[in-house]
Design a protein around this ligand. Structure first.
Ligand code: TYM
Length: 332
């Protein structure tokens, strides 16, 4: 079976609906058919300032949420990045074959460092995509399920894999992005041309999975819709309604066409009212299940330790091979 790796940052108290529909939903769907590795990337979460106790709590909340959303440790390897030291070790080697200009062209770095002020942003924020490449290459991943915003980082990963293989001899599988177009960019409910984002969306623009369901329902009902009154799927001219239809289709299992037929002759208000109910029905059990996993942190930590062991078995092999290719002495 193909090997799959993906990761998610524990940088907020909750994942948002974009994280789920753009990425985690596909992780869950793939776990039976592929050899899947999924990690909570806590090393990435310290690149822009953080509070230690909060990071520790959010890392557990992230793992609990992934379980609540349907990842099954019997069918995939779920682990925390910092518990597998090979990630940081390979990242160093890859950073030495990454061009400074090449790294400077990463759009997410440019956006984030601009927001923080160039002088205040860390070197870790700059090398962030190289660590991401290490995450992927360590597992010889064939496919990487992510949202649209990760495409450039995956191109860098492919370039680094090819460069390493050409320079030092074959060590890495060249991975392909796995981006499901329909849900690859869920947009902000208040600004439907921007992506829903934990760092830049306003509270009213983002659906946090662990939020009070009634609040999420209200956010859907007050989502910005477009000029006109007809319900059409047209991401150019009707980005607000199209985003709601995308979310509705993904959560209900209906196709967009079925929804268009169902809402023919109805108004935006009807669509929003019904979607608010669909979202409530989706988030309510997620919240409860997450809480149950968090009620037993010892059990959660044990599960993550098993995941880290399984991950290390693969990562150590790849790292040893890469170290050997680079010309390091055999382990002492
Ligand atoms: P992160 O933690 O920001 O987001 C996790 C996943 O959610 C997707 N996503 C979205 N998809 C659709 N619509 C949206 N509005 C939306 N917002 C976020 C992201 O594309 C991502 O798939 N750099 C990565 C984490 C990472 C990683 C990796 C991913 C570290 N190492 C290795 C894959 C492989 C990130 O910041 O994702």
């Amino acid at each position: 079976p193909p090997r799959v790796l993906s990761g998610i940052q524990p940088t907020a108290d909750s994942f948002h609906l974009g994280n789920y529909l753009g990425a985690v939903r596909n992780w869950v769907a793939m776990q039976d058919d592929v050899d899947a590795f999924y990690c909570v990337v806590d090393l990435h979460a310290i690149t822009a300032g953080h509070e230690p106790a909060e990071l520790r709590r959010r890392t557990r909340v992230s793992a609990a949420q992934l379980l609540a959303l349907g990842l099954d440790p019997e069918r995939c390897t779920l682990f925390v990045q910092s518990q597998v030291p090979e990630h940081a070790q390979l990242a160093w080697v890859l950073s030495c074959i990454t061009g400074f200009g090449e790294a400077s062209r990463m759009v997410q770095f440019k956006d984030k460092s601009q927001k923080q002020g160039a002088d205040r942003s860390s070197v870790g924020l700059f090398t962030y995509p190289i660590l991401q490449a290490a995450d992927i290459l360590l597992y010889q991943a064939d496919q990487v399920p992510v949202g649209e915003d990760q495409r450039q980082h995956l191109e860098l990963t492919r370039d680094l894999a090819q460069r390493f293989n050409n320079t030092f001899g074959p060590a890495f599988t060249v991975p392909a992005p796995y981006i499901v177009k329909d849900t690859a960019k869920i947009t902000d409910l208040q600004d439907p041309t921007a992506k829903m984002s934990k760092s830049s969306s306003s509270p009213a623009g983002i659906i946090d999975l662990l939020d009070e369901p009634a609040r999420s329902a209200k956010k859907i009902r007050s989502a910005v819709t477009d000029a006109g009154r007809e319900i059409l799927f047209d991401t150019e001219n009707k980005p607000g309604v199209s985003n709601l239809l995308t979310i509705y289709a993904a959560l209900s299992g209906h196709t967009i066409d079925e929804l268009l037929e169902q809402y023919d002759g109805k108004g935006y208000g009807d669509l929003k009212k019904d979607l608010a109910e669909v979202v409530t029905a989706f988030v309510t059990p997620i919240r409860e299940r997450t809480r149950l996993y968090l009620d037993d942190p010892a059990q959660l930590d044990k599960m993550l330790a098993v995941g880290a062991d399984k991950a290390r078995a693969v990562a150590a092999q790849t790292l040893a091979q890469a170290y050997d290719r680079v010309g390091f002495l055999p382990p002492a």
